[in-house]
Write a protein that binds this ligand. Sequence first.
Ligand code: AMP
Ligand code: ZN
Ligand code: FE
Ligand code: FE
Length: 282
Amino acid sequence: MTARIDLHTHSTASDGTALPAAVVQEAAAAGLDVVALTDHDTTQGWVEAAAALPAGLSLVRGAELSAVHGGVSLHLLAYLFDPDEPVLAAALGELRDARVRRAELMARALEAAGTGVTWARVQELAQGTVGRPHLARALIEQGHVGSVAEAFTSQWIGADGPYWVPREDLDAVTAIALVRDAGGVTVLAHPRASARGDTVDDAAVAELAVAGLLGLEVDHVDHDEQARADLAGLAADLGLLMTGSSDFHGASKPVRLGAHLTSPAAYERLVSAATGVEVLAA
Ligand code: AMP
Ligand code: ZN
Ligand code: FE
Ligand code: FE
């Protein structure tokens, strides 16, 4: 049987709703052979996920980095890097600080508008790296929206919404180099997720490939068939590997663990390119 490999999940260490231990337990229950934990801008969940790793499941330790290239925001999935490498660790800390500054500005704007959302409540809802999904949950609590997705619109905290505030992110070329210098590898997350805002064009992806990007996340819930076909062609042209993954966020999003998968061949190539930390197996 082909191994079932899901290389993109979130826990309560960022904006998922399942504890890191629950992510690996649910991954095993979903029949996965390999799962990557990729919380936003943090490695905070690694230890708990490793300690709870069920027999038969392999854990790829990673993170999803917030970055920018040519003025376009993007996410980089970073895998198997050394979390103690000081320059990368400092950059991750700076990204988390920028998230706090931005979330506070957004929360205070919602507070000033009389929504009942408070920065104190948003901080309680964020057990790890804070993000807009925590603001969305506060809006749900106050009865303004019915789901996290409904908060990501032009009425609320979507990129075109009145309460949206930009965030200072890491330069993507710099981020790719920092991860590589820490022994890790990078994959561009959901490159054609256009509903989230502007996406990088093919020329920009080519620049990231030159900078050392290893792969593209092709099979993702936010990509339609055309986007997947285009990305597969681009990956072939640039010699990049292709991944597929769920981008699981627990109850925050409808997508389930294992909804999209990575081929064993691409996975082997990814693992063999990394030297930071090992894949863990219980
Ligand atoms: P932030 O990183 O704080 O800007 O928040 C963006 C995060 O919110 C993304 O990484 C997703 O996890 C989540 N997100 C973005 N768009 C949506 C959506 N339409 N519905 C639910 N979650 C979303
Ligand atoms: Zn997220
Ligand atoms: Fe993302
Ligand atoms: Fe993600």
